[in-house]
Ligand binder design. Structure first.
Ligand code: KG4
Ligand code: ZN
Length: 329
């Protein structure tokens, strides 16, 4: 659960994140029912903390924005309906914000005039989206994953290596001690769709390799598995993004979502591509409410009106009309 106050789409007055990692750790991933119930518990304290930190009264608030999806429906229903109730009670407009678009906006938020056309890459526990951006709110999907999201693959491989959830940061740290060439893993590719991602075969590859090693795993074997896996997954992201940039004639990339905080990914991008890359500032890479409030303010400015109060959340994005040869997020 997260709540933020933002002025004018760019200035963050408060950005409170009430993490639930501890309750999900025993399950090696987010347990949806627990997440929904925890959202109910955390809602009011998080809202209060965000108002206090920003030193703002509800009467000073002009607009209420909330995540509409894609995401886990139970948690979305709690936050989205609470935000609609606040907008109704405070008699302010309400704006529904797309979670994936907001991860990209997190990387644009510090810029007053982000350049377009650009590429957008959202890499998190639930999403792997590569898109063309023709404006802050104009996205055309170029490719996504056919199976696991890249962050999910990090979490699953971490669990195979008995590392705690969330696994991405643990793998990144362990990989520093490992040999990236010890295990020649391959990321998935899809015939006829060179930009498509696939990470479930890679994860299975790690599993079979691990089973063939002496048990219990030595700490060097663990580190080598982490390093070889991470190198393969991250190079796949970098190579496919570079190919998309060449195809689309884009020289700028906005990169968001939890996996974008991986420092080795950032090194690979700068070594292997000429792209001008914008990442979210600290505190905006992982799920947060400042990116939702910020994008909500921009959408309201562009649309000139709010979303209807009977708008409902969604698990996956509904289809929208797309540019030829592309799909919408
Ligand atoms: O954006 P996010 O907070 O939530 C979703 O919308 O999913 O991303 C969380 C995901 C988790 O899978 C986590 O393991 C991964 O981001 N992650 C990382 C790193 N930090 C977080 N993956 C690789 N390297 C990291 N440093
Ligand atoms: Zn997210």
């Amino acid at each position: 659960m997260a709540c933020a106050l933002v002025r004018g789409g760019h200035e963050i007055l408060s950005n409170v994140i009430a993490t639930q990692t501890e309750i999900h750790r025993p399950f090696n991933g987010v347990f949806p029912e627990l997440a929904s119930r925890r959202h109910v518990d955390l809602l009011i304290p998080t809202l209060r903390a965000a108002l206090e930190e920003a030193r703002v009264n509800p009467t000073d608030i002009d607009l209420v924005a909330a995540t509409q999806g894609p995401g886990l429906i139970g948690a979305l229903l709690v936050g989205f309906n609470a935000a609609k109730a606040l907008a109704y009670g405070w008699n302010r407009p309400f704006i529904a914000v797309n979670h994936v678009e907001a991860h990209l906006y997190a990387a644009m938020m510090p810029l007053s005039h982000p350049p377009f056309p650009s590429l957008g890459l959202v890499i998190s526990g639930g999403h792997t989206f590569l898109s063309r951006l023709d404006g802050i709110t104009s996205h055309s999907l170029l490719s996504t994953t056919r199976d696991d999201a890249v962050g999910e693959a990090f979490d699953k491989v971490a669990s195979l290596l008995s590392l705690p959830y969330p696994g991405g940061p643990e793998i990144e740290i362990l990989a520093r001690q490992g040999n990236i060439r010890r295990f020649p893993f391959k990321a998935g590719s899809v015939k006829g769709d060179p930009l498509a991602f696939s990470f479930s075969g890679l994860k299975t590859n790690v599993l079979y390799t691990l089973r063939a090693l002496p048990s219990p795993l030595s700490s060097q074997d663990k580190a080598d598995l982490a390093a070889s896996f991470q190198e393969t997954a991250l190079n796949d992201l970098v190579d496919k993004t570079l190919l998309a940039a060449q195809q689309q004639g884009c020289s700028t990339l906005f990169c968001g979502g939890g996996v974008s905080s991986n420092q080795h990914l950032r090194t690979l991008f700068s070594q292997k591509t000429p792209l001008q890359i914008h990442y979210p500032p600290p505190r905006l890479s992982l799920d947060n409410a400042a990116m939702i409030a910020g994008l909500g303010a921009i959408q309201f400015e562009e649309q000139g009106n709010g979303s209807p109060l009977d708008t409902t959340p969604f698990t996956r994005s509904p289809p929208k009309p797309a540019r030829a040869g592309t799909r919408q997020i």
